[in-house]
Design a protein around this ligand. Structure first.
Ligand SMILES: Nc1ncnc2c1ncn2[C@@H]1O[C@H](COP(=O)(O)OP(=O)(O)O)[C@@H](O)[C@H]1O
Ligand SMILES: [Mg+2]
Length: 430
């Protein structure tokens, strides 16, 4: 069971009534709406903890604010804290949690030297699709067909075209790819290049580059720009994040996006993680389709937790990178159920999230929301009366309505506290 909290309002009359739902009741797309300070990060932490403990699920946390980077550590003080301890259900004690949490299989991926040591955030350039490479380089086959041709050539050379079999490294690294791009440039400018592949260059690209030196230079500059990102595996021997994602022994994968310096880097990494997730769950789906009926279905639902959803799935994407990620999340919202992929999207700005995603959310946690327009929007979109939802303006931190939950009722509850250390914050809770 996913133990979320206690029914609010009843605690003084009847004692605490614990509120828990089954995994299958939570296996749907979920939205969390909350003004800042309403307890949104704590609710997500609670959900992540519970999903991690539920044996039959996997969770991918796209951690935008480093809120969950210390999730492996228990915050023992919560059980003693005067304002928080009363929101625990009776069985939810430090001892029981510690015993269960010790066996939790959580993997943190971060660029920071945290404790316990995280795995580094790494991607393999050589395993990206051609379209993905184009997106990251800002080159679309429809708009920049010539540059896309250079990309295709660069890729086939990196894949070993014109080379002896023993020289070929697949998947090739960004470093290898970049050195070929630079050779293309040097060949184009001087008619010469260092490697013995000159014949290949002549037949493959020589005549196509004549007169287009400017484009070649621009193309190579793009590869150099993207090649600078810190997360390419190059020769480090590190595993790519996508491999960790495919390893089902990892129950919960927390990806510390905050530890990357730029928004572009975060979007590229997110996009590739979502592609890997999609491919993984689709493969598992196909395996199941092809298996005989007596084979047990051991597929796990995958939950993707994403805070600040308005900046990941905006109504209007502002860059190619943003568009790529937003489209992927929309596809998951529309078709992810079939493959067992469920979104948990949280935001303090509901009207800024793309409606295609919100309309696919069957459950909503509504915490304190003050803005009347936001409230009206939520009431209309999810078919509730504004008068009922209005109570949420007076909610204290942790209080919420669960709309469209398991039995389609509106449930008012107080979320139980997170039991793991809050990232970025500190331990002083008073
Ligand atoms: N379930 C809860 N019960 C009681 N207090 C809570 C609860 N969740 C959060 N709080 C209090 O509210 C503060 C803000 O919570 P947080 O989850 O960081 O809010 P948000 O992410 O919405 O800004 C916390 O530091 C804590 O003191
Ligand atoms: Mg927060």
């Amino acid at each position: 069971m996913i133990s979320l909290g206690v029914r609010a309002g009843l605690e003084f009359e009847t004692g605490l009534e614990c509120f828990a739902v089954g995994l299958k009741d939570i296996a749907r797309h979920t939205a969390v709406f909350a003004a800042s300070g309403a307890g949104k990060s704590s609710l997500l932490a609670r959900l992540i903890e519970e999903l991690t403990l539920a044996r039959g699920a996997r969770t991918i946390v796209l951690d935008t604010n480093a809120d969950y980077v210390h999730a492996q550590r228990i915050n023992e003080q919560v059980w003693e804290h005067s304002g928080l301890s009363r929101w625990f259900c009776g069985t939810d004690t430090l001892d029981t949690f510690r015993a269960r949490w010790e066996n939790a299989n959580i993997l943190l991926a971060s660029s920071l030297p945290l404790e316990p040591k995280p795995v580094p955030l790494k991607l393999e350039w050589g395993s990206l699709s051609l379209t993905k490479m184009g997106t990251f380089l800002g080159i679309q086959s429809s708009k920049n067909s010539l540059m896309f041709t250079f990309l295709r050539l660069n890729r086939s050379l990196a894949e070993g075209e014109g080379m002896a079999a023993e020289e070929v490294n697949v998947p090739y690294t960004m470093r290898g790819f970049l050195s070929i791009a630079r050779e293309m440039r040097s060949y184009c400018l001087t008619g010469d290049c260092d490697l013995a592949r000159k014949g290949t260059y002549e037949t493959l690209i020589g005549n196509r580059m004549i007169g287009f030196e400017g484009e070649v230079l621009r193309y190579v500059a793009e590869v150099e720009r993207v090649g600078e990102y810190p997360f390419w595996t190059n020769d480090s021997g590190d595993q790519s994040l996508c491999e960790h994602l495919r390893n089902e022994a990892v129950k919960t994968l927390i990806i510390d996006l905050q530890s990357l310096s730029t928004r572009e880097e975060r979007l590229i990494l997110t996009s590739e993680v979502l592609s890997a997730l999609w491919a993984h769950c689709r493969d598992r789906f196909r395996q199941k389709l092809m298996a005989t009926p007596d084979v047990r279905d051991d597929r796990l639902p995958h939950f993707v937790v994403l805070d600040e959803a308005h900046s990941w799935i905006p109504e209007i994407a502002e860059s190619e990178y943003e568009r790529a990620v937003s489209e992927q999340l929309k596809t998951i919202a529309a078709e992810g159920r079939k493959y067992g992929i469920y979104l948990v999207v949280a935001t303090q700005r509901p009207r800024k999230v793309h409606p295609d995603v919100l309309s696919e959310c069957d459950s909503v946690f509504l915490m304190r929301i003050l803005n009347p327009k936001d409230l009206q929007f939520i009431a209309e979109r999810f078919g509730y009366s504004r008068d009922i939802l209005r109570d949420c303006r007076a909610f204290s931190p942790g209080e919420c309505f669960l709309l469209g939950g398991a039995n389609d009722d509106l449930v008012r509850l107080h979320v139980s506290p997170r039991r793991t250390v809050e990232g970025g914050g500190n331990l002083t809770l008073d």
